[in-house]
Write a protein that binds this ligand. Structure first.
Ligand code: GLC
Length: 584
């Protein structure tokens, strides 16, 4: 009976697991788990589910803007975070994304992405009850909470890994443990190295096991063996646990890596898509108001599969548009908007219940290879040097994972990549934000960008250079003293952000899935039309170092620019962006 209700889930899993010896037992256990979570879901969350089921595009409103943060670096702990909800609301944020709050590997935990306990909160941050309280506070304000679900790997400190190390044969099968070195070498040759400098290779020799363990990221992050249905069940239980605590959205960390198959680079395999669809199908039964966000830092064509699976079914509702993010930074460096324009055109979505997650900075590096199909290799190779501040550049970032054969990535906070917190950097910030907020998608801001936080000082950084763009929040730059010059400079960034978000929230043509048409991409001038009929907006963003004429403004009646200028101008100064509206 229970299995019947879960047919849609089991049908997804059957092709993956039917040959596994434990499948009959796991299949029944998965069905029971979903049924139990469904019956335990509380009345408030069920009411929210009903509203969202009636509005499957509920997360797409122009007012939906995310903010990604480290709880400790932002406000010390969960109590501190709750004390800042008024401030976040005032800024115009509606979706909070705290980076992993779960207990991590002792010592270096890859910023919490090596999870030692999936269903707990790190004691320094707070308690599970406080997360529940946070969700209720957010919901009361019309805000939502997104958390990470680190599916691909757990910490070496996790009890599953510890049990495997201790000789537990069942837990050993939760991981990819390979005894034969020849197999490791063969697989290694097929795989891409993610952290070639700080964690070379995809396998880690574990003397206690007398074998190698698959570790795509750091050696203390053990890849889970998703070909074992017990792993699916355990991770589904994690999602359901948090969903019933009131979490609205799950960021599926490192989604592309779940399934491994010999002869492939083990990224974005059809089996991985099947797993994601299986998780979605289970949530559709037990917690239908929740959404999944794919963190798949891949080329756009490969990311699309997480939103619009080939079989037309449901998978993720949002996906990070890392290609477009890189495209906008590329436009700034090279005064060339064509790659970004092309990505907008190529990534139009055909459904309203899915959306891109757009962003400019996050806690990770910028990976330029996403632009590989659109930009000549020698042209792209200049970009890391530009953002590292070499030559004529204003930028103050750094290279990440430098190795001879590959294109280095870039690290640095938004302000540092824009040259600091002075007026020139502020003008660049306005250009970038005016552009970001007009793109199709739900924008996600990153902690501290709104007050131009610059790169972390060396004493705050760790060996992994991504810590450069993870500085501690400086509340003196928010709370004052107001007569301080530094405060005043940062406050201008805050005001640009706040005003643009407030404006955006009232413009339905900037809903995440409202139509987008590129009208021009020549000479560094991006012309992007959003919306339809009388509800239209034109973004004109001049990334060139010269003023540009806007060719045809008939049909556009008002203009909004963050500079406060509202007269219709047909000449756009260098490095500025405006929105034109089709009617008042
Ligand atoms: C994601 C996270 C990144 C982490 C990696 C491994 O890409 O954003 O910070 O290092 O996954 O979990």
């Amino acid at each position: 009976m229970i299995e019947l209700a879960c047919d849609a889930v089991l049908a997804r899993l059957e092709p993956l697991y039917r040959d596994h010896r434990n499948w009959p037992a796991e299949r029944a256990a998965i069905a029971r788990l979903i049924e139990q979570a469904r019956t335990e879901r509380n009345a408030d969350l069920r009411a929210l589910d009903r509203i969202r089921l009636a509005n499957p595009d509920w997360f797409n409103a122009a007012s939906m803007v995310g903010y990604s943060l480290y709880v400790d670096r932002f406000a010390g702990n969960l109590t501190g975070l709750m004390d800042r909800l008024d401030w976040l609301g005032h800024l115009g944020v509606r979706m909070l994304h705290p980076l992993p709050m779960t207990p991590g590997q002792a010592g270096d935990s890859d910023g919490g992405f090596a999870v030692a306990d999936y269903c707990a909160v790190a004691p320094a941050l707070g308690t599970i009850d406080e997360v529940g309280e946070l969700t209720r506070k957010l919901h009361a304000r019309g805000m939502v909470l997104a958390v990470d679900c680190v599916l691909n790997h757990c910490a070496r400190d996790h009890p599953w890994a510890q049990a495997a190390l201790g000789g537990d044969p069942d837990k050993r099968e939760y991981f990819h443990v390979i005894e034969d070195r020849a197999i490791v070498d063969r697989r290694e040759a097929e795989l891409i190295d993610i952290f070639p400098e700080t964690a070379p290779g995809n396998f880690t020799w574990e003397p206690e096991l007398n074998a190698s363990v698959w570790t795509s990221f750091y050696p203390f992050q053990w890849d889970l063996n998703w070909s074992n249905p017990a792993v699916f069940r355990e991770m589904l239980a994690v999602l359901l646990f948090w969903a019933n605590l009131g979490i609205d959205a799950f960021r599926l960390d490192s989604a592309p890596f779940l399934w491994k198959r010999e002869g492939t680079n083990c990224r974005n395999l059809p089996e991985t898509h099947q797993i994601v669809a299986g998780l979605r199908a289970a949530l559709d039964i037990a917690a239908p108001g929740t959404i999944l966000i794919a963190e798949a830092i891949e080329r756009t064509a490969d990311v699309l599969g997480y939103l619009e699976p080939a079989d037309g079914g449901r998978a993720c509702q949002m996906a990070y548009h890392n290609g477009l993010m890189a495209g906008i930074w590329y436009a700034l460096a090279r005064q060339d908007v064509r790659p970004a324009a092309r990505l907008v055109a190529d990534s139009a979505l055909g459904r309203r219940d899915i959306a891109w997650l757009t962003y400019l900075r996050c806690h990770d590096d910028i990976i330029w290879s996403a632009l590989g199909p659109l930009v000549e290799a020698d042209e792209l190779a200049r970009i890391p040097a530009f953002f590292a501040g070499e030559g004529e550049s204003f930028a103050r970032g750094a290279r990440f994972q430098v190795q001879a054969a590959a294109l280095p990535n870039t690290v640095g906070t938004m302000a540092s990549l824009l040259g600091g917190a002075d007026s020139a950097a502020l003008a660049r910030y306005a250009l970038m934000m005016t552009t970001l907020l007009a793109l199709p998608g739900v924008p996600m801001l990153y902690m501290g960008d709104e007050i131009a936080l610059e790169n972390a000082r060396a004493d705050q950084a760790f060996a992994d250079a991504r810590w450069l763009n993870r500085p501690w929040m400086d509340w003196n730059l928010v709370d004052g003293p107001q007569n301080d010059r530094n405060f005043a400079a940062r406050n201008r960034f805050f005001e640009v952000t706040r005003s643009l978000l407030a404006l955006r929230a009232g413009l339905p043509m900037l809903d995440a899935t409202a139509p987008a048409h590129v009208l021009g991409d020549a000479d560094g001038l991006l012309l992007l039309e959003r919306g339809e009929g009388t509800q239209r907006l034109l973004l004109a963003a001049n990334f060139a170092t010269m003023p540009r004429d806007i060719p045809d403004l008939s049909g556009w009646e008002t203009m909004v620019a963050i500079t406060g200028e509202t007269r219709m101008t047909t000449i756009l100064p260098a490095g500025t962006a405006v929105w034109y509206l089709s009617h008042e």
